[in-house]
Ligand binder design. Structure first.
Ligand SMILES: *Cc1c(COP(=O)(O)O)cnc(C)c1O
Length: 354
């Protein structure tokens, strides 16, 4: 029997993640510490007074307003979903079905996976050998429609900082891309922007074709609750909302995000600590006889080892779980380690042998 499933779905691999249990979990770029206990208690207290039998706001209006105030953005330009990764497929539905998705490679794998699942033509521009992003290459790629005038426009996906390398592009290069891509929805995925001190809101304000993705999963320490959002022009956001299921975001997500936003000081403190630890690990690894660590502006480090399988096995024997990246072309031998607590990072460095 053939399955009643589209060929593109049948041909698509499962999401490349295998859960492994380990005492020191440095494989998913999560926050190293849980959401602060006193804020968790506040969320639970508020939830106990919330009606669970009622639907939440149709489009999370109250949460959008809180995010807008925090970001200095227009409330009508905020779109909230259950994690920002939900938006990746929705933005392809919004602007790239039967059109193109242009991104870089290697890259956060979901952009390419969703493009293929949804039948958009996918172009992936290779990173330069130092892992910097070839903005001119991206620009020539969006101009080259293979002489098919129907195949003009679509979505450009650019993570800033880039995952999994941690590199960043300058704001002038981003502006150059935004200028050249006025007929494209240009998505800057800022999942890790707090760790880089970068922020593309000014760019997105000047260019209505630029949309930013933000998440509560990394610096905010709320990955388990699944909350993300887009900052877009009012017009793009209004169209995007049509694609988000009604009443999608639960009271639990709404209350937690509101409490986090009202107490955002804890994030600043944690980001500073993470950045200090990232630089400490990078410096220590420079003394490794055979591993090469790349500069990163995120909460993780990419490391080239002679053999990713034996490097990750060596670390796991000491209880430290990292993520192999060697399946990506150009990342042969690479592993990615999330910056953890001081103790976790010490354990990682010990296991690495430095
Ligand atoms: C972690 C991550 C996200 C966040 O996804 P959520 O669905 O919000 O948890 C988005 N983009 C990139 C590049 C990431 O690494």
């Amino acid at each position: 029997m053939t399955l009643p499933v589209r060929a593109a779905v049948l041909a698509s691999p499962d999401y490349p993640f295998v859960p492994i249990d380990a005492p020191i979990k440095l494989d998913q770029n999560e926050a190293s510490e849980d959401f602060p206990a006193h804020l968790k208690a506040l969320v639970l207290e508020r939830l106990s007074h919330t009606k669970w039998h009622r639907y939440t706001d149709l489009n999370s209006e109250a949460l959008c307003a809180a995010i807008a105030q925090y970001e200095g953005w227009s409330p009508s330009g905020v779109v909230v979903t259950t994690g920002s990764n939900v938006l990746i497929a929705l933005l392809i539905q919004l602007a790239a079905l039967d059109k193109r998705v242009v991104t870089v490679k290697p890259n956060f794998s979901l952009y390419g996976l969703d493009a293929k699942l949804l039948g958009a033509a996918l172009t992936e521009v290779p990173l330069r050998s130092d892992f910097s992003i070839d903005v001119d290459g991206l620009i020539s790629s969006i101009r080259d429609n293979g002489d098919d005038p129907a195949c003009t426009g679509g979505v450009i996906y650019l993570p800033q900082p880039h995952a999994p390398t941690g590199s960043i592009v300058t704001s002038s290069e981003l502006e150059k891309l935004a200028l050249a891509s006025s007929e494209w929805l240009t998505v800057i995925d800022e999942a890790y922007h707090q760790f880089a001190g970068t922020n593309s809101t000014e760019l997105a304000r000047s260019f209505p074709n630029v949309l930013l993705l933000r998440t509560f999963s990394k610096a905010w320490g709320l990955a388990g609750l699944r909350i993300g959002y887009a900052l877009a022009s009012d017009e793009v956001a209004r169209q995007l909302r049509k694609l988000v299921p009604p009443f999608a975001v639960s009271v639990m997500q709404t209350v937690a995000a509101e409490v986090a936003l009202a107490n955002a000081g804890y994030v600043r403190e944690r980001v500073d600590r993470t950045v200090r630890e990232r630089e400490r690990i990078a410096l220590a690894l420079k003394g490794h006889p055979s591993w090469k660590v790349y500069p990163s502006s995120a909460n993780f480090l990419l490391i080239r080892t002679p053999d990713a399988a034996s490097a990750s096995e060596q670390l796991l024997k000491a209880g430290v779980l990292v993520r192999r990246q060697d399946a990506y072309a150009g990342l042969e031998g690479c592993i990615r380690v999330t910056v953890g607590t001081v103790e976790e990072n010490d354990a990682f460095l010990r296991a690495a042998g430095v």
